[in-house]
Write a protein that binds this ligand. Sequence first.
Ligand code: M6R
Length: 610
Amino acid sequence: MCGIVGAVAKRNILPILLNGLRKLEYRGYDSAGVAVVNAEDQISRIRSVGKIIELEKALDRAPDIQGTTGIAHTRWATHGPPTESNAHPHMSGSRLALVCNGIVENHESLRLAQKAKGFEFQSDTDTEVIVNEIYQHIAQGADLLNAVKSTIKSLQGAFAIGVISADEPYRLVGARRGSPLVVGVGKDETFLASDMSALLSVTKDFFILDDGDIVDINGTNVTIMDQLGQPQQRQLKTSTLTAESVELGEHRHFMLKEIHEQSTAIANTLEGRITGTGLLEASFGADATQVFDDTRAVQIIACGTSYHAGLVAKYWFEELGVPCQVEIASEFRSRTHAVPDHCLVVTLSQSGETIDTLSALAEAKRIGYGSSLTICNAPESSLVRESDLVLMTHAGPEIGVASTKAFTTQLVALRLLVIALGRRRHLSMEHEAKLIAELRELPAKVDEAIKLEPIIKDIAEQFADKHHTLFLGRGTHYPIALEGALKLKEISYIHAEAYPAGELKHGPLALIDSDMPVISVAPNDRLLDKLKANIEEVRARGGKLIVFADVETEMSEQKNLTVINVASVDSSIAPIIFTIPLQLLSYHVALIKGTDVDKPRNLAKSVTVE
Ligand code: M6R
């Protein structure tokens, strides 16, 4: 979590830093700050509580603050509440400032040692110990670069930092361990940021730092060193992202924009991966055929929405005879495993930087799981670099904290993987051709589902005064119910739970009353009759139901039963289609509730802390 930006240029870099922070706000938004080396070779720092707009207001009140070297930060609080004194940049003395994304695990022992030496702490953060440590090395004669190098040797945890010193006014030193950091290269100016989106308005050329790298930006010179301090040549890459792709455009919120982008995102994810009748296995990487031939089972690891995509895929894999387990990354990484033979580890992640998922992958490798594959939306991310095989979801940047197009494109990518492994089990060529044809229909069907928005908008009114909601689904649609509940609680703050519909009678039925809406998805599949029975159980107890039903189920409105017809689709793609109305419902409920849809309270887009 947290976003960092830095720059060394020949012009005033404050607008660049602020613009970068706005693009990184998705990583955290409870306080923000900026520090620049000014024309008098002093550090000017401004910090404020709240979103970037508050920092902008504070800077408007201080128009004299300018500089050609600087750092900036948007925070997601870990240690210490969101106050001005806990906001970054943190300083040691008046001539050294630092921003950090991540956690210093041994901050307590460092703090004690520093206090014993007379340091007085200004914040409750774990970060302040880093800048104090650098200060001490400088006091002993080190320059900024060597002070940073020595300091990071004493730190435990995962972090990315940017540091400036008024005594070396054209220098910016960055380092990454665990958390992402990129270096943007412009004409006679160089930048540092948590991701490329922050810098697209000033450059498209980037060095992506490897884990452990340190970067020394000194005037127009850029030197990248590995964790041993040895200079390294990293390849300069040109981003294909456009500045517009991270702008809102005509939409009111990124979440709405991203919901509407899903047909294109899905088409892009399929492009070049399928032929008329079959899957192109090389899409997963040069070694894919060999790895898939060797795979006997699949272990999926993910968090949040990505975990829900994994749960859907478990049904799909096992239908074709491929054993599949799915586990939440933070659980996987911290328990003892009986490691199955020839088991492919599949990580799912929009950001590719979720620390729980990265740590779980590292743990899986350590304990002897087989090859690894990631389905990810962020090229150059840590998960992509750490995995043997990669299938990128080509969803484009997802900015809204609530994941939408990343989820549906993950499901599409998972269908491709299911086909690849299914080929080695029960999947015939004819069946594969049918599944591919169904995937081709997806973009059009998604657009059709989006047309339900006006009806869903009306239904959302019913949630204005509600505090609890229950979501029901069966089979592959139980994870879709989980995803619907997550979306609703995440952005509207309404408590929502999801149950497999058959489990109702084992407890949750006791919750049913006219005050708690029950939402269900009803595809036209072999579980429909059982689901209908469960729906009746709710109605019989006075519950009010809203059911998104395949038009061919011929379900009709009755007392306490609202039916919204969804165009008929094949069961292989139904979970993707039934996700759309649930995304739209949570979006419109959040609008009514007046929450900050794209930046819900307490959350951040990229979860880079454990
Ligand atoms: O980037 P990842 O897919 O690894 O992120 C995992 C979760 O943090 C993420 O899906 C989260 O649950 C979303 N905010 C849900 O909308």
